[in-house]
Design a protein around this ligand. Sequence first.
Ligand SMILES: Nc1ncnc2c1ncn2[C@@H]1O[C@H](COP(=O)(O)OP(=O)(O)OP(=O)(O)O)[C@@H](O)[C@H]1O
Length: 235
Amino acid sequence: MIQLEGVKVEVPDFASQVRGASKELLADINLAFTEQRIALIGSNGSGKSTLLKLLNGLILPSAGQVTVLGLDTRPHGKDVRRRVGYVFTDPSAQLVMSTPLDDIQLSLRTLISDKDLRRRRALALLAERGLSELADQSIYDLSGGERQLVSLTTVLAVEPEIIVADEPTTLLDLRNRLTLRRAFAQLPQQLIVSTHDLELAAEMDRVIWLEGGRVVADGAPAAVIPQYEEAMALV
Ligand SMILES: Nc1ncnc2c1ncn2[C@@H]1O[C@H](COP(=O)(O)OP(=O)(O)OP(=O)(O)O)[C@@H](O)[C@H]1O
């Protein structure tokens, strides 16, 4: 369970002529995430990534409180990060080793101490996602979409209790988007995802629409997505 109470995020506004001016990235955020799968939608710069970063203590609220699995992210950021897996939009932010196999083995280090077992588990995880052929390929030779799938595998390897994913389908072609959606549908964990992919959002239990750092609409996909499409003149 995740709770955001009276959350505001402010940063210094260096573009302003006024000294000491600040810019509000999020305001008046009061949300309890009780559903299994939640999507954040909204136009570019609406605050989706900022909200996601609050969920694992990557950033702290300027006002209010964020509680994740009973832990306030302010004093407990490290514990929260251990329990919340974060899939970044840009997989290069995630992948640190030279091959997918090495990267997943590195992730598994805290869970499995035996080297052989760790390697076998890493290979099995790659196989589960249909990525076996990429095991020993250089990370730099992978396509953007392949990197994104590998970085998701790396995050899932440590079995976090909650998965947060920032625009996970951005780089994926149609087939890989379907693969990822299928993987998400099978996750036992709670999933919070920010996305411009309205087909992915439609598969969630709840959709929260942000604009200008505030919640505009919040509810079932069938209620929120048509409002969003209409506002964006997509229909
Ligand atoms: N550290 C920061 N300092 C100043 N401005 C920031 C900072 N982080 C984010 N912003 C600004 O806050 C706004 C919200 O950014 P955010 O990344 O949360 O949007 P988003 O909804 O995820 O957008 P997108 O769909 O384009 O990824 C943007 O205008 C961004 O430029």
